[in-house]
Design a protein around this ligand. Structure first.
Ligand SMILES: Cc1cc2nc3c(=O)[nH]c(=O)nc-3n(C[C@H](O)[C@H](O)[C@H](O)COP(=O)(O)OP(=O)(O)OC[C@H]3O[C@@H](n4cnc5c(N)ncnc54)[C@H](O)[C@@H]3O)c2cc1C
Ligand code: SF4
Length: 350
């Protein structure tokens, strides 16, 4: 008998993996440490997703419902894996509820942790209530409340979105680009302009990385259709004059200092490695990338293979990732996990 697949983490990647495994009639055990499925888009209340334009609660909520009603997926919420031993086809996992389960392979879909903006204190978060993060603005939009200044609930007339907060910043040990925040910010700027047509929205950037087709749909559209203004700048600090927030820095195109007042300043926060990764590495015996994400064994061979045979990884656990790519990786990992559980060796390409 082939044992079920253990899937750790119930975000978009874990949900996709569970669905893929079930689609071929195989069983899985989905272990999620929080009390809800859906991962970051549900737990953090994202609004409309890039690039589909669908509300996260509908798109990812649909993925949750598809798994919740699937008898081939055994869901275990508020649970983590305490130990994991054995070999492909015959692993034993011990769960935090005390259960011991036999599984054929495992897929780690444990995702990422949002960058905590208090680690960038000079940019005002934690000091001024009207300095917020993209996740907070996502929640304002998705709750139906609309974009407001937390200090007094007024509608902002001037909004600054600061890119690369907690990404591409060697000073605070985060070298990586978080890949999606330029596009998410351009999308958010358009949503703000749509809701508050009199509000001026500025995006402060080092470089714009609205990769691939996002360049047309977000970068150019936000400027041409929604009149969002982009400033290439190096930001020194965010302060307050008692009435307005003041963003100080240097316009790096004209090489001049700039000081501009705003009502609301938004940090476009990046994607950190999951804070659990050291524990996951120890429990599952998998290597981490030097930046702290879970390392892939190879790039073109067995998709999602880790340093430990029979243990696979997909989604933002590997590094900053979009939802659609996380889902694609999860499908590939599901195929490889089933093969490993059955003792089938898939040919590596490198
Ligand atoms: C502000 C912001 C906006 C974004 N908007 C978009 C967008 O519009 N479109 C887009 O494509 N991407 C967007 N992203 C990226 C998106 O969040 C990720 O691509 C997606 O969440 C990755 O899914 P995942 O399942 O790999 O990880 P996650 O969503 O992080 O899910 C991981 C799951 O694993 C669970 N978990 C973690 N550790 C453990 C453990 N030890 N044991 C058990 N369970 C565990 C978590 O609780 C969580 O449920 C955005 C990112 C940010 C920061
Ligand atoms: S996607 Fe854009 S905002 Fe995000 S880290 Fe990369 S360059 Fe910075």
């Amino acid at each position: 008998m082939t044992h079920p697949i253990l899937i750790v983490g119930g975000g978009p990647a874990g949900l996709a993996a569970a669905h893929a495994v079930a689609s071929v009639g195989h069983r899985s055990i989905l272990v999620e440490k929080t009390e809800i499925l859906g991962g970051a888009p549900i737990q953090s209340g994202y609004a409309k997703l890039v690039p589909s334009g669908l509300w996260a609660k509908d798109a990812i909520g649909g993925m949750v419902r598809r798994v919740e009603t699937n008898a081939n997926v055994d869901k275990k919420l508020k649970t983590v894996v305490k130990s994991f031993s054995g070999q492909p086809g015959a692993f034993v996992a011990e769960l935090s509820d005390g259960m011991k389960i036999d599984v054929g392979a495992a897929i780690l879909t444990t995702g990422f942790t949002h960058f905590d903006s208090v680690n960038k204190p000079e940019w005002g978060f934690g000091t001024f209530p009207d300095v917020v993060t993209t996740t907070q603005v996502e929640q304002m939009i998705s709750s139906g409340k609309g974009v407001r200044c937390p200090s007094d609930d007024r509608k902002p007339k001037r909004v600054a979105i600061l890119l690369c907060v907690g990404s591409r910043d060697r000073q605070i040990g985060r070298e990586w680009c978080s890949k999606i925040c330029c596009t998410v910010s351009a999308n958010m700027a358009m949503e703000i302009r749509e809701e508050l047509p009199d509000c001026h929205v500025y995006i402060y950037y080092m470089d714009i990385r609205t990769f691939g087709l996002y360049e047309t749909d977000y970068y150019w559209r936000s400027q041409e259709e929604f009149k969002v203004k982009y400033i290439k700048a190096r930001i020194a600090e965010v302060t307050s004059d008692g009435h307005k927030l003041i963003v100080k820095g240097e316009d790096t195109l004209v090489k001049r200092p700039i000081t501009i007042p705003f009502d609301l300043v938004v940090h476009a926060i990046g994607m950190d490695p999951n804070v659990d990764n050291m524990t996951l590495s120890a429990v599952f015996g998998v290597d981490l990338h030097k930046q702290g994400f879970i390392a892939r064994k190879d790039t073109y061979g067995t998709m999602g293979a880790t340093s430990r045979p029979g243990v696979f990884v997909a989604g933002a656990a590997i590094g900053p990732e979009t939802i659609d790519d996380s889902i694609a990786q999860a499908n590939a990992a599901a195929l490889n996990a089933i093969a490993a559980a059955k003792g089938v060796s898939l040919q590596a390409a490198e």
